[in-house]
Design a protein around this ligand. Structure first.
Ligand SMILES: Nc1ncnc2c1ncn2[C@@H]1O[C@H](COP(=O)(O)OP(=O)(O)OP(=O)(O)O)[C@@H](O)[C@H]1O
Length: 740
């Protein structure tokens, strides 16, 4: 039988052959595939070699000239040489990863110890019941023993053969067998007589000589042995103490059976023809608490096709869905499948304890463990230099994940936290109230105003930081970004700022301030990471409205729990993630906290975030607060201080002027502008006169000028503004900002 790749190669050669003839008689060639195949089978590598005869390398055209057929297959020597192959070879780890992990070994050892301690306790408690049951079964055991011995003496096992000889009326055989039986019976009778004698003497000796306890033990052992012999197969005396989860060994047959059941045509067709439909490239091995199989799918089948049918794969493997994790290997071809089958469902498997739950602080510039992968190994995240997006359908663990990340941030005493729980259920309160510089919960007007004021402050802070970084000497700030050392220098004010917003769509969809929130958040996402400002946005409705594309496209860290469709998936995980097989749609409803994590240029990984409930979060936050208190780094909301800007929010004067002066009015008197501004935002502009406006415009480099207006036929000159000056200044400012 030909291998599929050989067949494909053959077909492409035939196509090439047909193509070469097409000039003379296009489409007229009839190719006998059967013959061609058998020719191919006879000479397996002949197709790859250019053949010398002219009929194969070309043809003869009408003018009698030989036409050279372009050779598509190279000469014999193909591919890298020995050294090249060695350089490109993939070395398997000498010590498997799971053996290198001390934590994993420790966990395994303690599981084994606890398992046997449980067994011992369970059976010790039930041992009197076991003894009673065995004693009850002992008479039956004794009867079986006597009956069995008598049958043995009488050579009952030979009886069927003797009867067969009788039926055949074969006198010779019968006599031979009878003689043999007589000899056997004599010998066995002797053995039994001797054993009975020895047994009786031993019993008598024990009765006379042995101490009482020894007699009791011996009698007990005899009764138990007879009890065990008298048992029924369907009524075991000793019951199971542990229902061991049946995690059968993953074999190649099981993998092939499961792949064959996926309904992927090329695999099914190959298997129907007696081939495997999957080529294992490495032996199936233990990998952490599970099995790992690796190999190539048939041509044209991608790992994505398998991931899409994860539920069918689980059915084929006869394992729970949470145990079955097909994955693509990023630097391999798209048909290279790694199948990891865990012993236990990922959601149910016991997770290691999060070390930060009980002790320790964090350096946000360093990676910090926040979850575990399918194999139970820690997955780390570096919260600095990122802008992150968390997306999921409701109730999958989005808020818990955001809170977990904020707890990590809280444990770096330098980090200034701004926490916004727009859902308003108080999920972020443990962090917010303990350590946050700014914190609000709910989507009422006060919370929105508070958040807006803070966002405006953050925008100013971002601008300040950009200037500070630009002004720092190269040797101190070589990469033009905040480093851990720079963050330590309090005089520079470049400490990490971590902003977490749950249900961020509330901000971006706000009828009045939505655009401004979007503008500031986009700026923070784009320029924040380098300046030490980290924005983490969580939403349960990842679409273009709730997560503006300027933000979702620029986020460098993405966490995607279960979502329902391709659009949401790609919105959170990045364009064409779904196509590449990174599909958070495959998570089951019960996969709470399980998500795809993509960050820091790394490929998507499946992670189960550490479960820290509200009391746990409170404990960690209290510890974080104590550390901050000691370092004198507790500020703002955590100290009970109200922000200064809430009652008098900062504003964008230039944008406001453009809003109130339409393009049809190129030049307007200052008093008109002031009146319109006061109408737009009375809390800010009420009481402004032309002088106040002129003073406010001065820092922007804009001065007022004489504007003449015809009133009652006379030209009246007053101070005013030229709208084009305002728009030019805005364009310059925004241009600089974008460029920055
Ligand atoms: N890492 C986790 N491991 C196990 N269970 C979790 C995990 N994270 C969250 N859960 C469970 O999922 C539930 C929902 O979590 P959470 O409130 O974070 O969801 P959500 O996506 O924010 O929901 P909503 O959209 O309603 O705000 C929690 O009550 C918790 O029991």
């Amino acid at each position: 039988m030909n291998h599929p790749d050989e067949e494909n190669e053959l077909l492409s050669r035939l196509e090439a052959d047909m193509g070469s003839h097409s000039g003379a008689d296009a489409g007229a060639d009839v190719v006998d595939l059967g013959k061609a195949r058998s020719a191919r089978t006879e000479s397996p590598d002949s197709a790859a070699r250019p053949r010398p005869d002219s009929s194969d390398t070309g043809g003869v055209d009408e003018s009698g000239q030989t036409t050279a057929r372009p050779l598509v297959d190279g000469p014999d020597v193909a591919g890298p040489g020995y050294l090249g192959r060695l350089a490109g070879a993939k070395r398997r780890a000498i010590v498997p990863a799971w053996l290198r992990s001390k934590a994993e070994l420790k966990a395994a050892a303690s599981w084994v110890a606890r398992h046997y301690a449980h067994l011992a306790g369970y059976h010790a408690l039930r041992s009197p019941v076991y003894v009673g049951r065995l004693a009850l079964q002992a008479p039956r055991g004794a009867a079986r023993f006597v009956g069995g011995s008598l049958r043995w003496i009488a050579d009952r096992e030979g009886e069927p053969v003797r009867l067969a000889a009788v039926r055949r009326e074969d006198v010779g055989d019968y006599l031979k067998l009878s003689r043999q039986r007589d000899g056997r019976v004599r010998l066995r009778t002797l053995v039994v007589a001797l054993a009975t004698l020895v047994g009786t003497i031993t019993a008598l000796a024990l009765y006379v000589l042995a101490p009482g306890w020894f007699q009791a033990v011996s009698l007990g052992a005899l009764v138990l042995a007879l009890g065990a012999a008298g048992g029924h197969a369907d009524a075991p005396v000793v019951h199971r103490a542990v229902e061991v989860t049946k995690a059968p060994k993953l074999t190649s047959d099981i993998v092939l059976r499961a792949l064959g059941a996926l309904g992927i045509a090329p695999i099914s067709q190959a298997q129907a023809k007696g081939r495997d439909g999957f080529t294992f490239t490495a032996p199936i091995t233990r990998d952490g608490p599970g099995w790992r199989a690796e190999g190539d799918l048939p041509y044209g089948v991608t790992v994505t096709d398998v991931i899409e049918r994860r539920d069918k794969l689980a059915s084929g493997l006869r394992r729970p869905l949470g145990c079955v994790w097909p994955e693509a290997v990023p630097d391999e071809h798209t048909g290279h499948l790694v199948l990891w089958v865990g012993d236990q469902d990922m959601t149910k498997a016991k997770k290691p304890k999060w070390p930060l739950l009980v002790s320790g602080v964090v350096d946000l510039f360093q990676p910090v463990a926040y979850g575990t992968d399918q194999r139970g190994r820690w997955v780390e995240v570096t919260l600095m230099y990122i802008a992150g997006v968390i997306g999921a359908i409701p109730r999958m663990g989005k808020t818990f994940l955001l809170r977990l990340l904020l707890l990590i941030a809280a444990l770096d005493p330098r980090a200034e936290l701004h926490t916004y729980d727009m859902k308003g259920t108080g999920d972020l309160d443990p962090v917010g109230n303990a350590v946050s510089h700014r914190h609000a919960a709910g989507d009422d007007d006060d919370s929105i105003a508070y958040t807006l004021a803070d966002f405006r402050e953050l925008r100013e802070e971002l601008r300040r930081r950009v200037k500070v970084i630009r002004s720092l000497p190269r040797d101190i700030c070589p990469e033009n970004k905040v480093t851990s050392l720079l963050a330590d220098k309090r005089s520079l004010g470049l400490h990490p700022i971590v902003i977490g917003v749950d249900e961020c769509q509330v901000l971006f969809e706000h009828p009045e301030h939505g655009k401004e929130f979007e503008e500031i958040a986009t700026d923070l996402v784009k320029r924040g990471p380098a300046t030490g400002i980290v924005l983490l946005l969580a939403t349960q409705r990842p679409d273009a409205k709730s997560l503006p594309t300027g933000i979702s496209a620029n986020a460098s860290a993405r966490w995607c729990l279960k979502v329902m469709g391709q659009t949401e998936n790609d919105m959170v995980l990045g364009t064409s993630s779904y196509k590449r097989g990174v599909r958070a749609t495959m998570f089951a409803w019960g996969d709470k906290g399980i998500h795809y994590f993509m960050g820091e240029g790394a490929d998507a990984r499946i992670v189960a975030s550490t479960y820290v409930d509200a009391p746990g979060a409170e404990t960690v936050a209290v510890r974080a607060r104590q550390v901050r208190q000691k370092a004198g780094l507790l500020t703002g909301h955590a100290l009970g201080e109200a922000p200064e800007q809430v009652t008098g929010p900062t504003y964008d004067l230039l944008a406001d002027i453009v809003a109130v002066v339409p393009a049809a009015e190129p030049k307007v008197w200052s008093e008109t502008v002031a009146a319109r501004l006061a109408e737009l935002r009375p809390e800010v502009y009420d009481g402004w006169d032309p002088e106040a406006l002129a003073a406010a415009l001065k820092p922007h480099g804009i001065s007022t000028l004489q504007v003449g207006r015809r009133i009652d036929g006379k030209v009246v000159n007053r101070r005013g503004i030229d709208r084009s000056h305002i728009t030019t200044t805005i364009a310059e400012r925004d241009g600089r900002r974008d460029a920055g």
